[in-house]
Design a protein around this ligand. Sequence first.
Ligand SMILES: C[S@@+](CC[C@H](N)C(=O)[O-])C[C@H]1O[C@@H](n2cnc3c(N)ncnc32)[C@H](O)[C@@H]1O
Length: 323
Amino acid sequence: MENFAELTEKIFRQTYGFPSENLTGEELDKVRAAVIELRNSYASNVCKPLYQREEIRKAYMFSYYPYYVQPVYEIISNVLRTEWGECMLEYWGERAIGFDSEDLGAVCPIELTYIAGGPCPELYGTVKALKDIGLDNDIYAQIYDIEEGWRDLQNITLDLCKDCYGKNISLTFSSEYNALDSSKQELEHGYGILFIQNYLSHVVDTEKFMRSFESLLNSNRFGEVIILDLNYNATRNIFERICDKDFLSKHRLYTILKHTPDDGDPIQAIHEQPSRGIQKIFNSELDIITYPKKYTKYYYLAFGKLYKPTFGFRVDSRREELK
Ligand SMILES: C[S@@+](CC[C@H](N)C(=O)[O-])C[C@H]1O[C@@H](n2cnc3c(N)ncnc32)[C@H](O)[C@@H]1O
């Protein structure tokens, strides 16, 4: 991974329009207050959503975003090393490093869909992993989130992705999507991999989420599903429901990788010091705010969807063999 302090500073500068060292006086106090509020919103059993406020979204960018790139990077890298991952690489055109096949020329784009993606650090983590494994297909990414205010900040993600990935990346965003409303599940796009990162910890109504999640699965628009979250009540509950063997069989889901709270030590969040200017926000003479993520652990599920050969566009006989 890149230098963590450089990444946090780059994101800060693009978010606020100036380097973090320049943050002083009242402005510094306001940014610190937003970080404290954001941290407190994670302190109860269900995370309180505060993202309709601009100062909170901006604080999220340097105090949480950089920490959310690495976990999905690790998961995608690991998924692509599995037998299922080999099929994914084959599907994308056998152009990955480690494959002896000739360059086949025309390769299909990689389609990535992010539910509750916000500014979408997980898109950046995904793109980095695809690049490091040797892929250079075009990427179509779609972010769905109820908060329209993330739109500008998603451009920071797009810039980061373009700096690291040589090929074309197109990004679309819709705020017309509610992950709790199963009647509104008509995604404009949505083939390929479905990601839900750091959203289950915000779910109050598990039943509503499950209904809407099932309708996404029934849409047959996804070949893979990756869910990543923190250890909250809703996360544990939803993980249990999804990992139930009847649920998996009903939706023809194949478990590629999983790490639920019952499975022992999960991925530990990266814990490096951000840039010096950002450290100043966290440390003051008056008090010290704990750096986000110091003790955070992530849990995840990665599933492949098995399609019958007659069922359409993503049919892959190798996948059928994996059943
Ligand atoms: C903690 S942020 C996670 C953002 C991003 N996935 C990440 O990992 O950094 C939770 C996101 O869920 C979005 N959200 C909350 N309720 C939602 C809903 N019902 N439907 C869609 N998005 C929702 C919020 O706007 C926010 O962007």
